[in-house]
Design a protein around this ligand. Structure first.
Ligand code: PLP
Length: 823
């Protein structure tokens, strides 16, 4: 337990004037994760775009009083606050975590490598937990910030800890080494991930190995000659595994069966066989890394073999789906412990700020904290995240929670069941409506059965939206902007097909300055989902004015007639200074005031007490087209001139903007006060920027049936597809009614089955399409088919039918289920 005074001393700061009685339990780096203000210490970390110091006022308001800062703060504004002033806030966080780590004399396992770190950590945890009380990194917290936060969770009751360390730049590992100080090291492998910043694999490997500088032993797989050589030169003890005879754990042979792998190995001069419940090479290697570590820690081979059988694939993703009765369902039944609960609740809140939230949780079968203390902690978290309803399942839940709720006068509505099946017997679908539901249970409770009741049942074609990729793309664009430039994100047309409210909630969370929609009803939907970010409506019809002012949407005004009509509406509604945007016509010839009319427009807006201009903007017609660059620059000039004329007449400031996604990347000079980001958010772009974006969408379906057809037989309507040889044809559950264009028929389009190309054969039907899988081995009904996504870029698919990704994305019909996930 640390007092603030103690922490100041650890950071080498003078602490005489600090209070003695303030106990700090939580180190906070993200203001949105504030849970216990009285015992939290906020680290005002600063990145290229976000400055932690800007959140101090907000946190102060929420009751937080203790801050680590590097900038000058006007302390008079925060009379009760304590500021610990340091040179480098991140370094201070790391230093503190390192000091905390040094208090412990238990085994600390440090894992690094290019792939498999999180999986090895989770599996090793599963293998060792029956005998140990283990601290481990939550999810994949392995960064310069994630590692100190993980290490801070170490408590005296722990007998072992497992932390992962990831780096992306040279020089970073030495900091992580100082924090983790692993006694046992595990190197998973070395591959192409995060190659940026390193000159060679050798250099990257050396950097990774520096994590084990002071370890007692390094456990490594040495079938890779590069690793073998490097590990051989280390001054520390090693425990190696691989095919080499010199290995402590020597692999003799591996036999892959249909749903498991047998590994035969020699350990301590004895031959053993291990049945591993996976068949892919990556998983088998990860299991073996864990086995080497378990054997090094003296686990019996028989015990190990038994425990390995129950390992499950590690899926660290948080996924949400549309549920019954307009609910959204987050299914996180992988692990039930307080760390992962906090992450899941945070995700729930991010997706459903102002809607009703229900949490269904089982007993937490975690070691360490138990009984009342554990359940009090859970209840605190539920209350903090404004959960409206709790459904608790399991004997411990039922024993502890009702009393805690009562004694705390908790407003959370609650019900309890001893078993999952008891809950399912009482289940009525109409009990759940218009709410967000988090399902979180330990494995034995089999909460997947509850998820199946709550998730909407639609056919098996799914558009997967990777929320991490969307957030990362948003940040990549932010980094291209001058510091003062704001971002409006265009979420029109159901956010380009990916889901308007879901994407809007995420963008509010990541602090987009503005959202843009095409029509008022799209804006209303977003408001109803609890998003309060300002929203501009590109095409406000007179019939929607009522909704616009009711939901605080900001119309784009583009003609005198429409301006007058809106002004009349505002006046009648008794409103004042209503925010509006003025669009100028500069070459698109779509919407906008003629620049020749600026004098007249200025007169209309000057001293206008009903309307207040938030921004003046225009839209580029050909920003992605190099041949038209002169035209683009001229459009910008025209906007500047028109805006200057309006500015001269108005006695207040407004924003100016013109750049869409491709202009942000291609014309830094056109960023002005704000940019309007659209397609780039989903990872689609060309030129330099393309390499920095991550594809966010993946459309996939499944095989309904397989057919052997003879050479010369025909497939689909009008007999347009002719088998050129004896062929294996797969029928896939997607058709033009789902948005898979008929133009992709007859060999134009292809899909991926097991990563390999399968061309479309014959005409695309309304709900199905046939593909030729003759060349692909081991295809079964039910197999997944990628329509676009990894390995099959949407841009390429669009190009093959002479259209643009925008059209394909917005054409994916609403009956295709959207599934959102996040790591
Ligand atoms: C759609 C739209 C954008 C975004 O365009 P992208 O090319 O998708 O970046 C920007 N501004 C306006 C007015 C739009 O209609």
């Amino acid at each position: 337990m640390y007092t603030l005074k103690h922490i100041a001393a650890l950071l080498h700061l003078s602490n005489e004037k600090l209070p003695d009685d303030v106990v700090i339990k939580t180190l906070l780096t993200d203001s949105r994760k504030l849970l216990h203000p009285a015992s939290s210490l906020f680290f005002a970390l600063s990145g290229p775009r976000r400055n932690g110091h800007l959140f101090i006022a907000e946190l102060y308001k929420s009751g937080l009083r203790h801050f680590v800062v590097s900038e000058e703060i006007d302390e008079q504004l925060f009379p009760d606050a304590v500021f610990l002033k340091v040179k480098d806030v991140l370094a201070a966080l790391q230093q503190l975590a390192a000091a905390h780590r040094s208090q412990f004399h238990i085994d600390i396992i440090g894992i690094t490598g290019s792939n498999g770190k999180t999986t090895v950590k989770e599996w090793l945890y599963e293998l060792l937990r029956p005998d140990e009380n283990i601290a481990r990194s939550p999810k994949s917290y392995n960064s310069q910030i994630g590692v100190p936060l993980s290490v801070w969770e170490l408590e005296p009751a722990h007998s072992l800890a497992i932390f992962e360390a990831g780096i992306s730049l040279p020089g970073e590992m030495q900091w992580l080494e100082a924090i983790i100080q692993p006694t046992i090291g595990i190197l998973t492998n070395i591959g192409a991930a995060h190659a940026e910043g390193f000159n060679s694999d050798r250099e990257k490997l050396q950097e990774k190995l520096s994590l084990f500088r002071r370890s007692e032993v390094l456990i490594a797989h040495v079938d890779d000659p590069l690793i073998k050589e490097a590990v051989g030169q280390l001054p520390i003890k090693t425990f190696l595994w691989g095919h080499d005879e010199a290995c402590a754990l020597q692999i003799v042979s591996t036999e892959r069966q249909s749903d498991f792998t047998m590994v035969n190995f020699v350990y301590q001069n004895k031959r053993h066989s291990l049945k591993i419940p996976f068949i892919d090479q990556g998983s088998v290697e990860n299991v073996m890394s864990c086995c080497a570590a378990a054997l090094y820690r003296k686990m019996e081979v028989a015990t190990l073999a038994h425990r390995v059988l129950s390992l499950q694939p590690v899926d660290m993703r948080l996924v949400f789906k549309k549920g019954i009765n307009n609910c959204i369902v987050i299914n996180d039944s992988y692990n039930a412990d307080t760390d992962s609960l906090s992450i899941a609740l945070h995700f729930l809140q991010q997706q459903a700020r102002n809607t009703k939230k229900t949490v269904i949780i089982s007993d937490f079968l975690q070691s360490g904290d138990a009984g009342e203390k554990l359940y009090q902690n859970i209840l605190d978290q539920l209350q903090k995240h404004k959960i409206s309803q709790l459904i608790g399942i399991g004997p411990q839940m039922s024993a502890f929670m009702p009393g805690l709720l009562q004694s705390g006068h908790s407003p959370v509505k609650a019900s309890f069941y001893l078993t999952t099946s008891a809950f399912m017997e009482h289940f009525h679908s109409f009990d759940f409506k218009d709410e967000a539901i988090l399902i979180k249970g330990a494995r034995p409770f089999r909460f997947e059965n509850i998820a199946a009741l709550l998730e909407q049942k639609v056919h098996q074609t799914v558009l997967e939206i990777n929320l991490n990729a969307i957030a990362a793309n948003f940040k990549s664009f932010q980094q291209m902007l001058q510091p003062a430039t704001r971002i409006m994100v265009m979420v029109k047309a159901f956010a380009y097909g990916s889901g308007g409210t879901e994407v809007a909630s995420l963008l509010q969370y990541h602090k987009a300055d503005y959202l843009g929609v095409a029509y008022a009803d799209e804006g209303v939907e977003i408001r109803k989902a609890g998003v309060s970010t300002p929203i501009m409506v590109l095409n406000p019809e007179a019939s929607a004015f009522e909704a616009i002012t009711e939901f605080l949407l900001e119309p784009d005004l583009f003609s005198f007639e429409q301006l007058q009509a809106f002004e009349d509406h505002v006046r009648k509604a008794g409103l004042k200074d209503y925010p509006v945007h003025i669009e100028i016509e500069t070459g698109m010839n779509r919407l906008g005031f003629d620049p020749a009319d600026m004098e007249l427009l200025a007169q209309k807006l000057k001293n206008n007490t009903w309307l207040r201009v938030q921004s003046v903007f225009s839209h580029l017609a050909a920003s992605e087209d190099e041949v038209e660059d002169a035209f683009t620059l001229n459009q910008h000039q025209m906007l500047v001139k028109a805006a200057d004329q309006l500015a001269a007449a108005l006695d207040y400031h407004f924003l100016r903007h013109i750049a869409n996604s491709s202009a942000i990347a291609r014309f830094p000079a056109l960023q002005m006060d704000m940019v309007r980001l659209g397609i780039g958010l989903y990872g689609i772009g060309s030129g330099d920027i393309a390499g920095r974006l991550q594809p966010a969408l993946r459309l996939k379906s499944t095989i309904a049936q397989l057919k052997q057809v003879k050479k010369g037989a025909t497939v689909s309507y009008n007999r347009r597809g002719v088998a050129q040889r004896d062929s294996l044809i797969a029928t896939v559950r997607i058709g033009y009614a789902d948005g898979y264009s008929r133009r992709l028929g007859n060999g134009i389009g292809y899909m991926l089955v097991k990563g390999q190309k399968a061309p479309v054969i014959g005409t695309v039907c309304m709900d199905m399409v046939m593909i030729d899988v003759t060349a692909i081995e081991d295809v079964h009904t039910g197999d997944e088919v990628v329509v676009f996504g990894d390995g099959l870029p949407l841009t390429e698919l669009a190009k093959s039918i002479d259209t643009i990704p925008y059209e394909v994305m917005t054409g994916i019909s609403q009956r295709v289920k959207r599934v959102y996930w996040s790591e």
